[in-house]
Structure formats: C-alpha cells, structure tokens
Write a protein that binds this ligand. Structure first.
Ligand code: HAM
Length: 410
C-alpha cells in the first residue's frame, strides 16, 4: 500500500470542516481590521528566500531545478513572497498596505507532533508604516485573530534593539550565531559559542535580558538605547488596550529579516512544538528591487492551533437522502435539485439499490429520507421520514423543504 510522504497529512471531511471553520474565523477577524487577502505561487525562485531568510530555513527548503534549469523552491514561508509581490505590483497602492494570506508552506524538517513538512500559515503583512502604532497594531491583531479561534495562548512581545545593542561589536556572522542559540533557547550552545568567540562577558547581560519581564529594566541592562522611546510607546499602546502579553527581550526570531519589534505566541496545552505564532517588524522590499519600506507582520501556525483546540462538535446541517423507484428517478432528480436550491444538502442513490436498501443506507448517512414511489409521483408529493425519530408523513415538496430547513441553518 502506498503511503503519503513523511511529514504530510490527509484530512477526512470532519477534520476539514473543523479546519475550515477555524480558518474562516481567522480571515474574518483580519478582515475587520481592514486586511485583504492575497495569494502568491506555491513555488518561487530559490534566491527569494536565500537573500535574507536565514540559514535554518534554507537548509529546510524543498529545492528543485525546473525543466528550464532554474533553481526553484516550494515556499517555506510567505512573507518574502508577499514582499516580492508588493515590489512587482503593489508599489503604487496607497500606504499602509494591509494584506493577509492563508497558505501552505513546505519545510524539510524532522517530522514530529506539531512539526510537519507541509503545514499551513495564516498571516498578515502591514507594509509601509514605520511607527509604534503599526508595531502595536500587528500585535493587537494577532491577539484578536488568535482569540477569535478560542485557542488558549501566551503572547510574548519584545524588541531586537536591546539584544543587538549588546552584540553590536560582533561580526555579523557571530551575531547571527549567538542569536540563533538564543532563538532556540539553546543554553549549552550559547555558552559554548560565547567561550569559543571569547565573549563570556556577554553571558550575564544576555541572560538578564532573556529573564527581564519589565520594560524599564531592559534599559538598565542594555543602556539608554536610541529605540527606547519607540519601545516604550509600543508597550504603552498594548497596555492601553489591555492586551494580555508578557514583555520578553530574549526573543531573537529564527528568520534573519527582523529589524525591531518581535513577538511570539505559545499554545498553553501543547508540548515541545507549542509556538503557534511568530512575527515582527522587518525590511525586505529593497532586496527585491523595491523601496526600503518598513513592514511588519506575523504568521500563525494554523495546524498547531487546530491541534491545540482539539475536536469540537460540528454544526449539524441536515442532509437528505432521496429514495426512489427506478420509474421515479427523473422526479427524484427534480426533488434533489429543489432541496439543494433551498441550501439543503441532498444525496441520491447511485447504486441501483432497492427502496428498502436505500432507506437503510440513508439511515447511516442522512438525517431525513425523502421517499418517492409511484403514489408520490402521481400526487406530486413526497414522503418525508425523520431518520432519527422514525416519524414520517406525506407532504408537499415545499413543506418538506421547509421542515428540513427548520432543523439546520440552511
Ligand atoms: P515562523 O516563526 O518561521 O515565521 O513561522 C510561523 C509559525 O509557523 C510558527 O510559529 C509555527 O507555529 C508555524 N510553523 C513553522 N514551521 C512549522 C512546521 N514545520 N510545522 C507546523 N507549523 C510550523 C514565519 O514564517 C514568518 N514569515 C512570520 C512573519 C510574517 N513575520 C513577519 N511576517
């Protein structure tokens, strides 16, 4: 038996319905903030991601050569693609641009619970606003989108400036290596890197920064850095809206394009792979031939949110099984069409089963049977049987449709 590729999943109808419902809530929340949906290709030129996305993601990419000899990759994330699209088509649009997306991403990772090779992200990119209000909006929107799904989470908000200030004298490569350890909370790796690079004097301030949960303390550790006023304003805006977050200046983010405010969120009930959102302020457009525009955004790990929420009862919209004799088939097709026209799901026998077998099948798959025999065809009626109570009654088609529709949100 052939199996699906490692790190991918199949979704049966119940799970797809749950996923679509959660997805809809996310889209609707973003829409209320003025974010409009965009879509980019599943694959891009490799260099789009090698320019600035960071070592981690590059090693994880699904890279291939197309028939024209071009180096391509399945997208490992959507931000770079959206900024490429902005440079190609969006530069003339009035700013700020508020875009959102729901897209599958591909990363060649070691699969485990909550970590897949194909996974979905719901994300937003806010392009062209370089203000504390823009930074705060993205965090507030993230909070709203996550809340709309019902997932229980902790939000950590930080800023890269204090950490970068501490690491300011380091060569860019060393800075990246240290930040990668901080991002992965790899204390042993961090210690080894600091010893190797003769930077042990940074161990204490870096540890203090990671532990610091109070905005004013940050400047005691990192000094009175130029970004202080901006950082304070971002946090005071979040406080003004009672956003439930924790300041966290240990956030380093794995992707290389971030420039300022950064944030991450964690599902309360998940294990090792509990990070359900990551985002922040960044600059990418200038690398793709555009203006050096400030942007910020986030991406939610949709699959992890779904796992965290768990199973929940689906809205039970009724389904009708149309049961008919061979002679009544044309009438049955008309009746099915009338139900569907009223928004009710209707299925018709395709197996040439007898009437009894059709009713038994409907009892397994439907809520109502609509029975069409010789009598009903001649009288222009239908017999409607409630398959849960067993009660049945001959009625006009209109009455039957109204009766079924009453049971659901049709
Ligand atoms: P990221 O942190 O790489 O950020 O990914 C965002 C989220 O995608 C993660 O927090 C996680 O929930 C989910 N995720 C990542 N890898 C996997 C995986 N293998 N399986 C399941 N879920 C996964 C970005 O991608 C940035 N583009 C976010 C951003 C948007 N920054 C600014 N704008």
């Amino acid at each position: 038996m052939l199996q699906k590729p490692r790190g991918t999943r199949d979704f049966l109808p119940d799970e797809m319905e749950r996923r679509r419902l959660i997805e809809r809530r996310m889209r609707e929340a973003a829409r209320r903030w003025g974010y409009r949906e965009v879509s980019t290709p599943d694959f891009e030129h490799l260099e789009l991601f090698t320019m600035k996305s960071g070592e981690g993601i590059i090693q994880e990419m699904y890279v291939f050569e197309d028939k024209g000899g071009r180096q391509m990759t399945l997208r490992p994330e959507v931000t770079a693609a959206v900024l490429r699209m902005y440079v190609n088509e969006g530069k003339v649009l009035p700013k700020p641009i508020r875009w959102c997306y729901f897209a599958d991403c591909f990363r060649y990772e070691r699969p485990q619970k909550g970590r897949y090779r194909q996974f979905w992200q719901f994300g937003v990119e806010l392009i062209g606003a370089d203000t504390p209000s823009a930074d705060a909006e993205v965090v507030m929107l993230a909070d709203d989108v996550l809340r709309s799904t019902g997932v229980a989470f902790d939000l950590h908000v930080g800023h890269l400036a204090p950490m970068k200030h501490l690491l300011a004298d380091l060569a860019p490569g060393d800075q990246r290596a240290i930040m990668a350890c901080l991002d992965k909370h790899d204390t042993a790796g961090l210690e080894a890197a600091l010893v190797e690079k003769n930077l042990t004097h940074l161990a204490e301030p870096l540890a203090a920064l990671s532990k610091c949960r109070n905005v004013s303390e940050v400047f005691e550790i990192a000094g009175d850095i130029p970004e202080r006023a901006r950082i304070e304003e971002i946090f005071s805006l979040l406080d003004s809206q009672d956003i439930d977050y924790r300041p966290d200046f240990g956030i380093a983010r794995g992707l290389d394009y971030y420039t300022g405010m950064v944030f991450e969120g964690f599902a309360k009930n998940l294990g090792a792979e509990n990070q359900i959102i990551g985002g922040g302020a960044y600059r990418l457009a200038h690398l793709f031939g555009g203006d050096d525009v400030a942007s910020s955004g986030f991406a939610i790990g949709f699959d992890r949110v779904v796992v965290s929420i768990g199973d929940f009862p689906l809205v039970d919209e009724p389904i009708v099984g149309i049961v008919c004799t061979p002679e009544a088939r044309a009438r049955a097709l008309d009746v099915a069409r009338a139900f569907r026209g009223a928004g009710v799901r209707a299925e018709i026998d395709l197996m040439q089963r007898g009437m009894g077998a059709q009713v038994s099948h409907a009892a397994k798959t439907a809520d109502f049977a609509v029975i069409l025999g010789k009598r009903e065809v001649e009288a222009g009626t239908v017999t409607l049987r409630d398959l849960h109570s067993g009660k049945q009654q001959e009625r006009s088609l209109e009455d039957a449709i109204a009766e079924v529709a009453r049971h659901g949100s049709c």
